[in-house]
Design a protein around this ligand. Structure first.
Ligand code: TRH
Length: 375
């Protein structure tokens, strides 16, 4: 099947990150994928084969070819594939839609949410010009949604092996393998410092993995590393430039704790079954806090009441813009004391998410159901 994915980069890496992950999984099932995106510079940061100066290119990934167009006028000459995915309501051009036939399956890939209402809207058609239908497809955490976007060949790898691999890739000494590993890729907030200090009180020799990001810039610009050297001389901070998405996944899988942000990184962190903290992407009217609570409602079902309360307090407090650092510190102290039980809950949560299948499988099934072809 020929599948087109349209993606506009609103900000950061999540928009193209989600599309690239989905494209890889569809390619793995031997479908021919074309991405049309307006910001190839951003794409090149997470997939190094991409040449941002080209309007059209074919990029090879694991023996499969991705066709890639810069989203601009030339796309007018391009004919639609069997399935056209419009990521996050990015408004594909009218002139392109005019070329759709009654066989074209048109998907609006929505943002991930744990809220109940998405089950009611998932797979619903919305009527467009010429009687065309655009179907809403919602990634989510339950079997009534499109599932989680993940690459089946990179997850659930052995943690010890991943650590060796990551040490080699990031130029770290293998002797660091025995430490507590804490990965931080979030947005700027003073709350990160408090959390790091809390973790270090429990594990003074922690290895902090700090990719090029807004959080690492924040720590640098506020002189945090100097403070840390005095207070926790045995901690190791490793800053490094962004790596390809498949390597990013391996880093997430090698750690003991992940503090991550947008929907793409949090999903991978959850699937590894390791304790995580979600610094959720901020939205107007605090809509993001409802999304966070909805995820916590689902995740916390896999923990005892006591553990659930520790997880909830820590994560909600972390996401408050103005918060008492003393309370946050107390919450994270409890989080670290409860760490083993949080591991158990995170593992069960990950098994549950896996059982719902990944976004790509669910999307293909939907396509075949609609077109009455065999899956
Ligand atoms: O970058 P994000 O904050 O992105 C987004 C966008 O802002 C988007 O508009 C918003 O809607 C969405 O968040 C919720 O966070 P996210 O989703 O975690 O995406 C980061 C991507 O970057 C992810 O695919 C992993 C990738 N990445 C790498 O490939 N290599 C790296 O070294 C790092 C640090 C990240």
């Amino acid at each position: 099947m020929n599948i087109d994915i349209f993606c506009r980069v609103i900000d950061n890496y999540g928009d193209i990150g989600v599309c690239w992950r989905l494209a890889k999984e569809l390619m793995l099932s031997d479908h021919s994928v074309t991405i049309i995106s307006d910001h190839l510079e951003v794409f090149a940061k997470i997939f190094h084969e991409v040449n941002p100066s080209k309007n059209f290119q074919i990029c090879c990934f694991n023996g499969k070819n991705l066709k890639l167009y810069r989203w601009q006028d030339q796309i007018e000459n391009y004919m639609p594939g069997d399935m056209v995915i419009e990521a996050f309501a990015c408004n594909i051009p009218e002139s392109f839609i005019e070329k759709f036939t009654d066989k074209t399956i048109w998907i609006n890939l929505e943002y991930l949410s744990a809220e109940d209402w998405i089950e009611g809207c998932h797979k619903l058609p919305s009527l467009q010009n010429r009687g065309l239908k655009k179907f809403f497809f919602f990634p989510g955490f339950t079997s009534g949604t499109g599932g989680i976007n993940f690459n089946s060949n990179t997850l659930k790898l052995d943690k010890k092996e991943l650590r060796h691999h990551v040490c080699r890739q990031l130029g770290l000494n293998q002797t660091l393998s025995d430490r507590f590993w804490f990965f931080i890729f979030c947005y700027e907030t003073p709350n990160i410092k408090t959390v790091i200090e809390c973790v270090l009180k429990h594990h003074p020799e922690t290895l902090l993995l700090l990719p090029e990001s807004r959080s690492t810039d924040y720590l640098k610009n506020t002189g945090f590393f100097e403070e840390l050297k005095n207070e926790f001389p045995h901690a190791v901070c490793h800053e490094y430039p962004m790596v390809e998405q498949s390597e990013f996944d391996k880093i997430l899988g090698s750690t003991d704790l992940n503090l991550v942000r947008g929907e793409d990184s949090i999903c991978q962190a959850m699937l590894y079954g390791t304790p995580f903290i979600w610094h959720i992407y901020e939205q107007d009217n605090n809509a993001h806090l409802e999304k966070l609570e909805a995820m916590l409602d689902r995740f916390c079902k896999f923990a005892t009441d006591e553990t659930a309360s520790v997880i909830r307090k820590a994560m909600v407090k972390f996401n408050e813009k103005i918060t008492s650092q003393d309370i946050l510190c107390a919450n994270f102290n409890e989080f670290m004391l409860e760490y083993d039980k949080i591991c158990e809950a995170a593992e069960k949560w990950s098994d549950y998410l896996y059982a719902n299948n990944n976004l790509s499988t669910n999307l293909l099934k939907f396509y075949y159901d609609l077109t009455e072809r065999k899956f």
